[in-house]
Write a protein that binds this ligand. Structure first.
Ligand code: ITT
Length: 202
């Protein structure tokens, strides 16, 4: 089976390849379709955007396609940046700039808890049909200051209490607990069961 992993985010792609790498599925990336532009993510939820991206890329490439929409929800900021995580603070803003915006907003709400979670919604599309979907979350807190260099995106400000560190300090352990790790391990199980079901009888 061939599967397109439809993401423009190299951090996501690296983590997904690690999780699905040992399956006997041929994984393709968007670098094989340089002419296909990213769709506008007009959904108001992670699930809507995951479906939208999976269908859009499946249609554009004629491949069975997995897409994932994810982000950071901070309770004290009423769930922001949420579905706007990638573009929070503007298309061109850097992660250190996004962190400053978040710390400034939190400073204005000192009485609110620092709880937060990463959420990932995943959808697989075959043409217009969404044939599999799932979600994963990981709960943590906003760290007092950014720490660590591994991972990507908001990992330096996401403190994960069971590790006693941020996810950017967790290295290879991130995937064992992360939103993306959970969602893509569900996908891995589903893909394995599909192969079993489609095997000819002995
Ligand atoms: P694609 O849509 O092409 O997959 P994207 O980066 O725009 O790439 P999203 O719209 O799903 O993807 O936005 C996800 C953003 O959420 C991502 O860019 C980060 O800012 C943040 N994010 C998601 N998962 C993360 C993780 O594991 N660690 C840190 N930040 C994460």
């Amino acid at each position: 089976m061939d599967l397109l992993i439809a993401t423009t985010n190299p951090g996501k792609l690296r983590e997904i390849r690690e999780i699905l790498g040992d399956l006997s599925v041929v994984l393709h990336s968007l670098s094989e379709w340089p002419e296909v532009e990213a769709p506008e993510e007009t959904g108001t939820t992670f699930v809507e955007n995951a479906r939208l991206k999976a269908r859009y890329y499946a249609h554009a490439t004629r491949m069975i396609t997995v897409a994932e929409d994810s982000g950071l929800e901070i309770d004290a900021l009423d769930g922001a940046p949420g579905v706007h995580s990638a573009r929070f603070g503007g298309e061109q803003s850097t992660y250190p700039e996004k962190f400053t915006l978040i710390y400034d907003a939190l400073a204005g709400r000192p009485d609110r808890p620092r709880s937060a979670r990463f959420v990932a919604a995943l959808a697989v599309a075959d043409g217009d049909q969404v044939v599999f979907e799932t979600q994963g979350t990981v709960d943590g807190e906003i760290a007092p200051n950014p720490r660590g260099n591994s991972g990507f995106g908001y990992d330096p400000i996401f403190y994960y209490p069971p590790f006693g560190s941020t996810l950017a300090e967790a290295g290879d352990r991130k995937s064992s607990v992360s939103h993306r790790g959970k969602a893509f391990r569900h996908l891995r199980s589903w893909l394995s069961s599909q192969r079993l079901r489609s095997s000819p009888p002995p």
